[in-house]
Ligand binder design. Sequence first.
Ligand code: ADP
Length: 458
Amino acid sequence: MFKKVLVANRGEIAVRIIRACKVLGIETVAIYSTADREALHVQLATEAVCVGGPQAKDSYLNIQNILSAATLSGCDAIHPGFGFLSENSKFARLVEECGITFIGPTPEIIDIMGNKSKARETMMANDVPTVPGSKALISNVEEGMKEAESIGYPVLIKAANGGGGKGMRVAYAPEEFENAFHMATSEAKANFGDEDVYLEKFVANPKHIEFQIIGDNHGNYIHLYERDCSIQRNHQKVIEEAPCRALSNEVRERMAADSIKAARAINYNNVGTIEFIVDADENYYFIEMNTRIQVEHPITEMITGIDIIKEQIRVASGHVLSIKQEDVKINGYAIECRINAEDPFNGFRPSAGTIDTLVLPGGPGIRVDSAIYQDYSVPPFYDSMMAKLIVHGKNRLECIRKMRGALEELIIDGVTTNIELHYFIMHNLDYVQGKFDTGFIAGFLKEMEEHEQFIQRA
Ligand code: ADP
């Protein structure tokens, strides 16, 4: 087992990784930017090294400084968390060249799966259903329009190296194609450094269902069932739940088998997520694989009782998976609300400031993964997610009731948050009845707006 792990991240996921290391008896080195001197992960780690200025490119993306910090502090492994360098194969390669273990899959696997177009090709070659779309990258408008015509409108133009819902544009008809193409390529260039895009059929309001898998270095694979991440805004997840109540057992087992097949096909050797979209008739299509731990992993931990990050570190250090597929059982239900510092009633503008009152909920089956504390100043430089509120209950309705209570107890004053938005969703009849897909939030916000206008007119 590793002796000392450098955590190349910040916020709640850095805290979560440090906690897992403590359970395994591993020392930790936190890295931080000059804006994060007072951050919780810095205080909880065994040691901490400042790696640069507030902008992520100067610190959390500063490969040279991070590698120096790991080498000088004598780390034998680096955990990248999610975001930042977690899916950067160049980083993973350099880590290994320094004689340090990268807690993630091999750089070759990151290269294949990090490029969504290549990932699609790999899945097609292994008979995993993919969304109908272009075989390869699209290099210009004319070629794209020809492909779109054969796929059939509406089509989605997607950045091959995209993530976080960026670099994705829908064209509903040929006359919209050129504009959508230019928007997608320029967003891809600005965010991911290249203009590589491909096409997929745009599936109207699907469900987003993903499978958690784990592979070790000895050819063993397990899946930990699925998460329903359909509650999204701008293609970004807001609420996740596990398992997915809308999925029949027959389709669940097929999707699980395909997820394992996909992992096996690429000799996958870490934790990963196979993402699918599912239409109203339960037809499912692979959309991408995330080769890292995900934000929403706790709901799977709650229903399976498995500490996924602990297992991730164990398999990275060469251990055989400690769990067999037949031992993975779903126990109850879990829901996660992402608590963001943003203003849902003002265009979701991010909010920064000092938390002057903090009250966290508690009780059986309530978990808060966060890096905030009383008097903590939320810096304006990073992602707006401040905390994850997770509940575990006997069934979905119990979880919804528990979540309502937890949201009532949760007080974060000093910054604007989306707590109220979550509270409204937990009381929405369609949501409570499980009638939702990826179009839910857009419709919900529109209704809220109309309601607001109605009140103002009255
Ligand atoms: P990212 O890597 O940016 O998160 P994904 O490929 O995972 O992008 O897609 C994010 C979300 O966008 C999905 O969860 C789904 O809601 C929507 N989406 C992606 N592909 C399609 C598609 N072909 N049709 C309809 N919606 C899609």
